[in-house]
Design a protein around this ligand. Structure first.
Ligand SMILES: O=C(O)CCC(=O)C(=O)O
Ligand SMILES: [Fe+2]
Length: 515
């Protein structure tokens, strides 16, 4: 807290639960005021302070293919029997796409036509706000220049200019954001919105870190935090994103960059192994926990996509580690732990956003099943004639997608396809049911490979109890809000997905009740 915030009389000292005769206190108690005053009077002196409509617009190029002109089934089968995937086709030097990849939707807009792609963009937090403040006209900035530590917003050069032996080459904008947020009008306009949003993310990250630090000290996870109120802001943002987009990007989550880089690399290594090594995994047997193939729906869908995938059923019953390809074994196991944890956090926030108790979605077993897919989209010789992944809605309760820097993922929003830009460190999340289940696809590109890892929270065929039925959450139903969908079992639902393939239509529509 800053000077003027909170109770002045609270004292802080070593956590009592950590003290004993062998570990007597090493530091005396102090008040916030004494501590922060000391910081300001000392300055930085080098010492410790000890403290995606489907047709889209028609102005693009169209591609119509009559699939009855050739024996599609046997060409598909021949491709499947080769077990080399689209990567194998590229490696063999093809420069023209096999017919099975040509898009036979009645119309597909030319994807590279930027006018056909919307100017709408996924809400992303602009972290440039701080820089804009400093690059304003000095006269504008002067009104904030102050050393009055009771002001919520100030700007100056070296907060300790008058105390420190050496001044530093730096100007700073200071903002006291919680517990009593300033009136937004007090925040410099050029960075107002971004500071407010940024604060929300930082508060959330702080909570997580406090929990981890508490646990590292062997204390109750809530020991170090009592700033839970900030969670309400995140829940509000999530509700808004889920109702309006069915999609959001998250930054500042708990998965270390190193783990994300390693899992993308691991998936790439798997796909770039010798075809003979990969063939032992090539299968369409949905009862196997770890398989690899090109287009899970190759034999059902109207068009093949330019993509190969490694599939791993990781929860509730993980495979024997030996079953996971060696080149990505360790990292997939590690990534699973992080994704399960992040999933639990997201299900809590989503439950709250639905005004249910935090554990509601978890208690419904939404977080029990995890199906991880490692996609490989090689550079495509004719990217305008096919797709990396046809338009679809996902089959799980929630999907967390990690994509690399190549891009190509799009979501359908307000009758337009919107690009999902690569954000370093961002995860992409797709929600189902009351919240929008967003239609999305991946473009094929002439650069690549593009790697992505999509983690679906859903059980696979053989997992969990077969009799369990899923339908609209009862607590969300009322006379004004009658159920829109009928109940279904996991088996019926997943079987439908596999029988239907990705044909550009919503997976949920067959489960709609008649009006
Ligand atoms: O590769 C991507 O970015 C998206 C993958 C996806 O939507 C899926 O696997 O369902
Ligand atoms: Fe998807």
């Amino acid at each position: 807290m800053n000077f003027q915030e909170g109770s002045g009389s609270g004292l802080y000292g070593p956590i009592k639960g950590l003290l004993s005769e062998e570990s007597p206190p090493m530091y005396r108690e102090t008040s916030r005021k004494e501590y922060v005053t000391y910081l300001y009077s000392k300055g930085l002196d080098g010492t410790s302070i000890s403290a995606r409509k489907m047709a889209g617009s028609n102005n693009g190029r169209t591609q119509i293919v009559d699939s009855s002109e050739y024996d599609r089934r046997s060409e598909v089968q021949a491709f499947d029997d080769s077990k080399v995937g689209v990567k194998g086709l590229l490696d063999a030097g093809i420069t023209k796409l096999l017919r099975i990849f040509l898009n036979n939707q009645p119309v597909i807009e030319k994807k590279s036509d930027s006018d056909a792609v919307t100017k709408l963009s996924i809400p992303v937090i602009d972290f440039e706000g701080g820089r804009h403040f400093h690059e304003q006209d000095p006269e504008v900035k002067k009104q904030f220049y102050s050393r009055d530590v009771t002001r919520m917003f100030t700007y100056n050069t070296n907060y300790d200019l008058h105390k420190a032996s050496t001044a530093n080459w730096r100007d700073t904008l200071y903002c006291v954001m919680v517990p009593n947020p300033p009136d937004p009008e007090e925040i410099p306009e050029v960075c107002r919105d971004v500071l407010i949003k940024y604060m929300e993310y930082v508060m959330k990250l702080g909570l997580t870190l406090y929990e981890l630090l508490s646990e590292a000290l062997g204390l109750n996870p809530n020991h170090l935090e009592d700033i839970e109120s900030q969670r309400a802001d995140i829940v509000r943002e999530i509700k808004d994103a889920c109702e309006n987009w069915g999609f959001f990007q998250i930054v500042h989550h708990e998965i270390p960059s190193s783990v994300k880089e390693k899992v993308l690399k691991g998936v790439r290594h798997f796909h770039e192994q010798d075809s003979e090594v990969k063939k032992e995994f090539y299968s369409r047997d949905v009862t196997r926990k770890v398989t690899y193939n090109s287009n899970f729906d190759l034999l059902k869908s109207p068009t093949a996509n330019w993509r190969d995938t490694l599939y791993c059923v990781m929860a509730p019953n993980p495979p024997d580690p030996e079953e996971i390809p060696e080149v990505c074994r360790e990292v997939l196991i590690e990534y699973t732990k992080y994704i399960m944890k992040l999933g639990l956090t997201l299900f809590e926030l989503l439950s709250e956003a639905l005004q249910l108790k935090s554990d509601h979605l978890k208690d419904m077993e939404c977080a029990e099943g995890l199906f991880i897919t490692g996609h490989y989209y090689p550079a495509c010789p004719e990217p305008d004639l096919t797709l990396g992944l046809s338009g679809h809605t996902d089959s799980g309760f929630l999907t967390i997608v990690l994509q690399d820097q190549i891009g190509g993922l799009q979501v359908f929003h307000k009758n337009q396809w919107v690009d999902v830009p690569f954000l370093p460190g961002a995860l992409i999340l797709i929600t189902n049911d009351r919240f929008k289940s967003v239609l999305h696809r991946v473009l094929a590109k002439n650069v690549g490979p593009r790697i992505s890892v999509a983690s679906f929270f859903r059980m696979h065929f053989q997992e969990g109890s077969e009799s369990r039925l899923y339908g609209p959450i009862r607590e969300l139903l009322s006379d004004e809000n009658p159920p829109i969908y009928r109940e279904t079992s996991r088996k019926e639902y997943v079987t439908r997905l596999y029988n239907k393939g990705l044909d550009g239509t919503s997976l949920l529509s067959p489960f709609k009740l008649q009006k």
